[in-house]
Design a protein around this ligand. Structure first.
Ligand SMILES: [Zn+2]
Ligand SMILES: [Zn+2]
Length: 78
């Protein structure tokens, strides 16, 4: 609520590079401030909006660690 651009983003403004490599080199886009920023944060330090990253998450295929102990080992005794 009440997002405002305080101009802080200008301090972290990323250097102009090709759009193709912007995300690859770690630049993040604040859609609110309309700038590419050089930040480690996930949110804009200026307006607190979530920064846009295009990083293809390596964790996309999350390994679901389902314990196999649920298998019923009970032997059906006749
Ligand atoms: Zn800003
Ligand atoms: Zn911002």
């Amino acid at each position: 609520m009440g997002r405002t651009c305080k101009g802080l983003c200008l301090r972290y403004k990323a250097e102009p590079v090709s759009n193709k490599i912007r995300y690859e080199i770690g630049q993040k886009h604040c859609t609110f401030c309309g700038l590419f920023l050089k930040l480690d944060e996930t949110r804009c330090i200026c307006c607190k909006a979530v920064l846009r990253t295009k990083s293809r998450s390596k964790k996309k295929n999350r390994e679901l660690s389902i314990p196999l102990i649920n298998i019923d080992h009970k032997i059906h005794s006749l």
